[in-house]
Write a protein that binds this ligand. Structure first.
Ligand SMILES: NC(=O)c1ccc[n+]([C@@H]2O[C@H](COP(=O)([O-])OP(=O)(O)OC[C@H]3O[C@@H](n4cnc5c(N)ncnc54)[C@H](OP(=O)(O)O)[C@@H]3O)[C@@H](O)[C@H]2O)c1
Length: 323
């Protein structure tokens, strides 16, 4: 992503969640001279200069306070561990992070997805699009987003929400399409299997752009109090994007759609596949977010697509077991 014009003075930033985006955000903020705390329950990852790993569960207020104390910004980059079970898990997780950020007097930057939109009436859809979720997960996200912005309006916290579309990038084991197994197939040439309709336009957001977008939302005075769509490098059909990956990799890849009945049948025996099936409508309709407001307001653009693809493929080749 191109550089944001507003320099931020070195300060403390707390990132909760060291997954697909949290770790990249930590590297980015530390490289900019900030003092970064990176929290997860599991063991610390590789040492990153300027980053202090904190091992703990943010549901414990002592852990959350230790992470957030003195921070100017707290980034919620968590996700519940079980994709099939969010209700009753995601609400206490988010509220614990929001409460700790509020106690610290820090700005809360919420990383979010697009599940609350449901089936948008127009495409691309921007931040003014009505939120009409058509899934249980979407309704949870809608309600949590509303709750956070209402807390902001009441002056209980300074909050901002950054929403991304489906990820691609270095080390994205939980991406909907560009997972390590699909990247390996692209690099080897052959067939790539996808759920949904590969000929529907879809937005794919590059995880380093997600991280850099969140970093802007953490410091820019124009950011708080609303939802922003983060810069999104790929707006095309899934088939076209896989072809673009293959062109960069120098291979030929056939895209094959997995029939809908297969996903439905798998959903009968697997709660994870049922949960994936619930959200598959996003790949059966045109589903592209409009990131224009963010790019114009903050004077940035997504990473050029071929550059993002090359970095994604290179990371996959270096560390196939990163998941
Ligand atoms: N996947 C996508 O394509 C996509 C696209 C757009 C938006 N998003 C959104 O982006 C957000 C982040 O998702 P992600 O896929 O980047 O996350 P992720 O890779 O699954 O990472 C989540 C992190 O949260 C940590 N965590 C979970 N519960 C915790 C707790 N109680 N205390 C401390 N740490 C905890 C996990 O570590 P431990 O398990 O070790 O605690 C992990 O490091 C989510 O809101 C997701 O919906 C995802």
């Amino acid at each position: 992503m191109t550089e944001h014009a507003i320099p931020s003075t070195p300060s403390i930033h707390a990132i909760i969640g060291a997954g697909q985006v949290g770790t990249i955000l930590a590297r980015h903020l530390a490289a900019a001279g900030h003092d970064v705390r990176l929290v997860r329950r599991g063991p610390p990852g590789a040492a990153i200069p300027g980053v202090t790993w904190i091992r703990g569960d943010v549901l414990d207020p002592a852990v959350a306070d230790a992470a957030c104390r003195g921070a100017v910004a707290v980034y919620n980059c968590t996700n519940p561990p079980d994709y099939a079970r969010w209700d009753g898990v995601i609400q206490p997780l988010y509220r614990a992070i929001w409460a700790a950020a509020a106690r610290a007097g820090a700005r809360l930057v919420q990383l979010d997805n697009l599940y609350m939109i449901g089936r948008p009436e127009r495409c691309p859809f921007d931040e003014s699009t009505p939120e009409r979720p058509c899934s249980a997960k979407g309704e949870l996200r809608r309600a949590l987003g509303e709750e956070l912005l209402e807390m902001h309006r009441r002056g209980e916290i300074e909050a901002v929400i950054g929403r991304a579309s489906d990820y691609f990038g270095p080390h994205t084991p939980s991406a909907a399409v560009f997972r390590p197994d699909v990247l390996a197939r692209i690099q080897a040439g052959g067939s790539a299997y996808v759920f949904g309709d590969p000929d529907m336009p879809h937005g794919y957001t590059y995880t380093p752009d997600v991280a850099r977008g969140l970093a802007i939302l953490g410091v820019d005075p124009r950011a708080p109090g609303r939802v922003w769509h983060l810069p999104t490098a790929a707006k095309m059909t899934t088939r076209e994007l896989i072809a673009r990956f293959a062109a960069v990799a120098g291979t030929e890849v056939k895209v094959r759609a997995v029939p809908g009945w297969v996903l439905r049948a798998l959903g009968l025996v697997s709660s994870l596949m049922a949960a994936i099936g619930e959200m598959n409508y996003q790949f059966e309709i045109p589903y592209v977010l409009d990131d224009g407001d963010f790019c114009r307001t903050f004077g940035v653009a997504p990473t050029p697509l071929d550059e993002a693809i090359a970095a994604t493929l290179a990371a996959g080749a270096q560390a196939p077991a990163a998941a």
